[in-house]
Design a protein around this ligand. Structure first.
Ligand code: 5AD
Ligand code: FES
Length: 353
C-alpha cells in the first residue's frame, strides 16, 4: 500500500521497491482480496483523470505490409515463417484506408508494417506526402521498425509526426535471445535518433515473454522512465502456432493491467494504449486497461482482405470486422466502461506544436 502511495505521489521508487511490488502482486493470496492491486488501479485511474479526464483517443491502424526481413522469435510474420501469406498495400490502398478513416472521424493514421525491403524512402516519403497533403489536420504515425537516422529524417521531413518502435525488452541478453541478428543497443539508438529528430516517440514491451522475470520488467520500467517517451505500448505475449514459441503460455492480462497502472503513475502524461493483444486474450481486456490508466485505443483500419494476414499472434481480434464496425464497437465499449471517445489528433500534452 505504502509503495503504491509513494508511486502515486510521483516520487520515484527504487528498482528493488518496484520489484517488491511486482512480486507481491504476483501472489493474489498474499494480497488480501486484491487490496493493493485495487488501490494501484484506483490511483492510476485518478492520475489519468487529472491529466486527460475521461477521454480516450482513437487512432486508425493501417497494417501496410507483412513482409519482414527480421526473425523475431515470437512473431507470426517473421521472415522464417513460410506459412505467412505475404501482402503489401499499394499507395492507392493506403490512401483509400485513410479516406475511409477520415470519414469515420479518425485524425491519426498509424502506418504499421514489417521491415519490408520494398518500403524505400522514396516510396514512403511519397506516401507520407500524399497523406499530409490530403489530410493536413491529421497526425501521421509510423511503426516500421529500425531504419537509418537519415531515413527517419527523410520521413519526418515528408510530414510524419510520430514513430512507434517498441524496445520489446530492456535486458540485452534477453533481447538477443528473441531477436536473432539484432541488438538492444541498436534499438535504443533508433529511439534516440527519433527523439532527436523531433518525432513524438513511442516505445514499449511485451509482458510474459517466456523466461521473463520481474527483474526484467523492472528494467523495462526503468528504461522507459529514463527515455520518457510520449507513448508506451505494452501488451501480453501471445504465442503464434508457426513460431518457435508456439507451445509457450501467453502472458497474463492481469499483469499487463498492473503494469499499465504502474506506468501511468511513473510517467503520468504518457499516451498509453489499451492494446489489441490485451483485447485478444480477454474479451474485455482493453476495458480493463482503460480503467487502469490507459487512454488510447487503435482500432483497425486495414482493408478487410488483408486483416487475417497481419498475423502476429494467434487469436487476434477484429480480423473480420470492417473499419466502420471496429469504430462503432470500440466506441460502445469505451462508453460502457464509463469513458468518452475523443477523435482529436491527441498529441502529447507537452508537444510543442
Ligand atoms: N504476442 C504479442 N505481441 C506481439 N508482437 C509481435 N508478436 C507478438 C506476439 N506473439 C508485438 C511486438 C511488436 C508489436 C507490433 O506487436 O511488441 O512491437
Ligand atoms: Fe474491432 Fe471491436 S474494435 S470489432
Amino acid at each position: 500500500m505504502a509503495l503504491v502511495d509513494q508511486l502515486a505521489l510521483e516520487s520515484d521508487l527504487s528498482d528493488s521497491a518496484l520489484c517488491q511490488l511486482l512480486d507481491y502482486l504476483d501472489h493474489p493470496d498474499q494480497d488480501q482480496d486484491g487490496r493493493v492491486r485495487h488501490h494501484l488501479i484506483q490511483k492510476a485511474h485518478q492520475k489519468r483523470m487529472e491529466i486527460y479526464g475521461n477521454r480516450v483517443f482513437l487512432r486508425g491502424l493501417i497494417e501496410i505490409s507483412n513482409y519482414c526481413k527480421r526473425n523475431c522469435v515470437y512473431c507470426g510474420i517473421r521472415a522464417g515463417n513460410p506459412g505467412a501469406e505475404r501482402y503489401r498495400l499499394t499507395l492507392e490502398q493506403v490512401l483509400e484506408s485513410c479516406r475511409i478513416g477520415y470519414e469515420l472521424g479518425y485524425r491519426t493514421f498509424v502506418m504499421q508494417g514489417g521491415e519490408d525491403h520494398a518500403h524505400t524512402d522514396a516510396f514512403l516519403t511519397g506516401l507520407i506526402h500524399e497523406i499530409r497533403t490530403a489530410y493536413p489536420d491529421c497526425a501521421i504515425t509510423l511503426s516500421l521498425g529500425e531504419r537509418s537516422r537519415e531515413s527517419y529524417q527523410a520521413l519526418y521531413n515528408a510530414g510524419a509526426d510520430r514513430y512507434l518502435l517498441r524496445h520489446e525488452t530492456a535486458d540485452d541478453g534477453f533481447y538477443a535471445g528473441f531477436h536473432p541478428g539484432m541488438a538492444l543497443s541498436v534499438r535504443k539508438a533508433c529511439l534516440e535518433d527519433l527523439k532527436a529528430i523531433g518525432y513524438q516517440v513511442g516505445a514499449g514491451f511485451m509482458v510474459g515473454l517466456p523466461g521473463q522475470s520481474n527483474q526484467h520488467l523492472v528494467k523495462d520500467l526503468r528504461f522507459l522512465k529514463t527515455l520518457d517517451p510520449h507513448m508506451i505500448g505494452i501488451g501480453p505475449f501471445i504465442p503464434h502456432h508457426e513460431t518457435p514459441l508456439a507451445d509457450q503460455p501467453s502472458g497474463s492480462v492481469e499483469k499487463t493491467v498492473v503494469l499499465l497502472a504502474i506506468l501511468r503513475l511513473m510517467i503520468p502524461k504518457v499516451l498509453l494504449p489499451a492494446t489489441t493483444a490485451l483485447g485478444s486474450l480477454n474479451p474485455v481486456g482493453r476495458e480493463l486497461g482503460i480503467r487502469a490508466g490507459a487512454n488510447v485505443v487503435m482500432p483497425n483500419l486495414s482493408p478487410l482482405e488483408v486483416r487475417e494476414k497481419y498475423d502476429l499472434y494467434d487469436g487476434k481480434i477484429c480480423t473480420g470486422d470492417e473499419a466502420a464496425e471496429c469504430r462503432q464497437c470500440i466506441q460502445k465499449r469505451i462508453e460502457n466502461a464509463g469513458f468518452t471517445v475523443d477523435m482529436a489528433r491527441g498529441d502529447h500534452p507537452d508537444w510543442r506544436n
